[in-house]
Design a protein around this ligand. Structure first.
Ligand SMILES: *Cc1c(COP(=O)(O)O)cnc(C)c1O
Ligand code: SF4
Length: 700
């Protein structure tokens, strides 16, 4: 070693620094590699001789990829479904300063044969493993018979198809590649080898000979190199390296973006540099000399990064850029037709989209997530749709829903999501689905937005001559009360459903109470309050299904059983009272006990409301009789709850059950009706209520 340093006229300080680093990260270099170094600090020097910068890296981790987390038994890294790393050696011919396993290589931890046997046993027991990458350290640092022991045992495992060896020996110690080694290796085909050349100056006549011997032994050779600052972070160097590799039958396989390994920060280049290098390869030189440029990410494995040749894509076309910057268009076959022609049910992909119910945060009212669904509901919908042989997946409508839908390649979305944030939240998912051209069930964007806005909904109903209680919107607590309104009044949040924000004291009989409740709504629900006259008559809920809608048996909501101090409205307290197991009265009467005349009146109003609001597929309408016995529309729910359990008193399913439908019938009728609207013919089988309606295209 001393003679080596003499050759480069090292100063005493330089020598001391090297010694200091050597104590933490050992120095080891082969004569072969040392002889290839031309001068102090050249690319080969940088890869092999300690640099004081290694000790100045205070940010990086020893094991940034958390390989240890994917180590089920010692020596095995099982990160991908069908392949594993088998780390059989801690030794290398030379210790590369940039090594990803710097924490391990060169340390005196002995790997025992027992550990190797145990690791191979793991592979034997995991039938999904079809590819074993024998790595280390450097496996070729083992003796021939040790290597053969490993290969022999791996080959005995039927499900192991490929064996790969990762080694830097042909670069750093080519004399290790002997005729005897090659003969032995050639017995264990298909055997691939990935080599590790970083710079064209590493390619010596000896390395060339070693690679040719391996290639002649029938071992396909690949190369993985790491982008290293000051070593090879330059398109010309990389291109020259790859051309030289091909001349000795080594195919460039990967260019790695450097990992964030402790002690190697000074080697890291920016990803832009890597992309620039890739730009200079694609199209400019043989495809066979172009590897994949990858980042080995924390927890997510290797991810390829490409220069952006793909500029834009939609169902009709893709716009591309070539290596010279020329823009060109390629026509896509029409996807929509494909959806309709395909008849294999298992290729029909449906996403069930929902918001999951959770406990309200401490700063929110307890009914904050009242509209969201329990996981049993999407699960039940999935199971009903899957009975037709479709592929059904559950998708939570969180902030990533757009990406999930875009990637998922769905033919249909069964949407029950209430959306998040804002006063038009129920239209968020329909809007996204429209944008992605994914057919879906239920009302469209505008209807969902209007039905969530109580004031606009009532304005629209009045325009169509449908009765609804007199009302006024309060945007502030101090707004003047319209003298036409008669107490008692009821105060509700303007943009909510599921009785959210309706409490026992929401009924007010004087201005003081009114102001108090308006304030409660504005402060707690951060929205305007709708104030409307309270009707004294009976209350009904009407469910409609289909697009020439069928009115299902009418539900009457009774309040007679409630104690004196509880107001007779659908409030949060009343719902809580129902859920009380001590309550034996059933407040839901279905079908309602009413005269034929009243039934017809209610049905007529319900259908007119459905059509006026341009609802689709299904909807639920709440009505109350005024003092003249005329049905007034209180609320329209374009996305009624679909709780399967009959005990839960979910009103839409309840009405369907009263009509003899099963839960499967409900879901599949809604699905079929939506499909008809879109003109897609894939009806589901075996449903009782297959409505024979003419498709009523409500949405273009
Ligand atoms: C790189 C790597 C592999 C092999 O990946 P390929 O892309 O198939 O070459 C396997 N396991 C782990 C943990 C890896 O890092
Ligand atoms: S040969 Fe590979 S494992 Fe060994 S030191 Fe170099 S990079 Fe690390």
């Amino acid at each position: 070693m001393d003679s080596f340093f003499k050759r480069f006229n090292l100063t005493k300080q330089e020598y001391e620094k090297i010694r200091k680093v050597n104590k933490v990260y050992p120095l080891k270099i082969t004569n072969h590699y040392a002889n290839l170094i031309k001068e102090k600090g050249d690319p080969l020097w940088k890869q092999s001789i300690p640099d004081i910068e290694e000790l100045n890296d205070l940010t990086n981790e020893e094991d940034p990829l958390f390989e240890e987390n994917y180590t089920p038994v010692p020596l095995v890294v099982h990160r991908y479904p069908d392949r594993v790393l088998l780390l059989v050696s801690n030794k290398c011919a030379m210790y590369c300063r940039f090594c990803t396993r710097k924490r391990k290589v060169g340390k005196l931890l002995e790997i025992t044969q027992a550990q190797i046997i145990n690791a191979i046993q793991y592979i034997r027991e995991h039938k999904e493993i079809r590819d074993v990458i024998v790595s280390g350290g450097d496996p070729l640092m083992l003796k021939d018979d040790e290597i053969e022991f490993i290969l022999q045992n791996l080959r005995k495992i039927e499900h192991v198809e490929l064996i790969r060896i990762g080694t830097r020996v042909p670069c750093t110690l080519p004399s290790r590649v002997t005729k005897k080694l090659c003969n032995m290796l050639s017995k264990y085909k298909p055997l691939f080898m990935n080599l590790h050349f970083e710079h064209p100056s590493e390619i010596s006549p000896e390395s060339k000979q070693a690679c040719e011997m391996l290639a002649d032994a029938g071992i396909p050779l690949g190369n993985q190199c790491v982008l290293l600052k000051g070593v090879n972070d330059n398109p010309e160097i990389i291109k020259s390296l790859f051309h030289k590799l091909l001349m000795m039958r080594v195919k460039p396989y990967y260019i790695y973006q450097a990992d964030q390994v402790k002690g190697t920060e000074h080697f890291r280049t920016s990803v832009q540099v890597g992309l620039k290098i890739m730009e200079q390869l694609y199209g400019h030189t043989s495809g066979i000399s172009i590897p994949q440029y990858v980042i080995d990410t924390v927890g997510c494995g290797k991810i390829p990064i490409l220069p952006s040749f793909q500029q834009y894509i939609n169902d009709n076309k893709i716009i591309l850029r070539n290596f010279e910057g020329k823009i060109v268009e390629y026509e896509n076959p029409n996807n929509k037709e494909k959806i309709q022609e395909s008849t294999d049910e298992s290729n029909f992909r449906i996403a069930v989209i929902f918001n999951l119910k959770r406990d309200a945060e401490v700063d929110k009212p307890e009914d904050w997530y009242a509209e969201f669904d329990d996981i049993t509901i999407p699960n039940a919908i999935k199971s009903s749709l899957a009975k037709n042989g479709y592929q059904v997946e559950l998708l939570e409508a969180d902030e990533n829903i757009f990406e999930k839908l875009k990637k998922g390649n769905y033919n249909f979305a069964f949407n029950i999501a209430e959306g998040m944030n804002g006063t038009s939240r129920e239209s968020q998912i329909p809007a996204i689905l429209d944008m992605l051209k994914i057919p879906y069930n239920g009302s469209g964007v505008l209807t969902q937005a209007i039905t969530l806005d109580k004031r606009r909904k009532k304005e629209l109903l009045l325009y169509h001559g449908i009765n609804t209680p007199k009302f006024q919107l309060f945007k502030t607590t101090y707004q003047k009360l319209n003298p036409e309104l008669q107490f008692p009044l009821i105060v509700k949040p303007n943009f909510e459903g599921s009785s959210k924000g309706i409490r026992n004291n929401s009924i007010v009989s004087n201005e003081e109470e009114l102001r108090k409740m308006v304030k409660f709504v504005i402060n707690n629900y951060k929205q305007a309050a709708l104030v409307e006259e309270l009707l004294e008559g009976r209350e009904f809920t009407v469910s409609l299904i289909g697009n020439n809608p069928k009115v299902l048996p009418i539900v009457e909501v009774t309040f007679d059983y409630l104690p004196e101090h509880i107001q007779k409205i659908d409030s949060y307290e009343v719902k809580w009272f129902w859920d009380n197991p001590n309550n034996t009265t059933n407040p839901i009467v279905c079908p309602a006990k009413i005269s034929k005349d009243l039934e017809n009146k209610i049905k007529r109003v319900a259908v007119r409301t459905f059509k006026a609001l341009e609802c689709a597929d299904f909807c639920r309408i709440d009505l109350r009789l005024d003092n003249r016995g005329i049905p007034n529309v209180l609320d329209v729910n374009a996305l009624p709850g679909l709780i399967p359990d009959p005990k839960e008193n979910s009103r839409f399913p309840k009405a369907c059950y009263a009509d003899g439908m099963t839960y499967d019938d409900i879901i599949n009728t809604i699905f079929n009706e939506a499909m008809k609207r879109y003109g897609i013919t894939r009806p589901s089988n075996n449903i009782k209520n297959n409505l024979s309606t003419t498709p009523d295209i409500l949405r273009a």
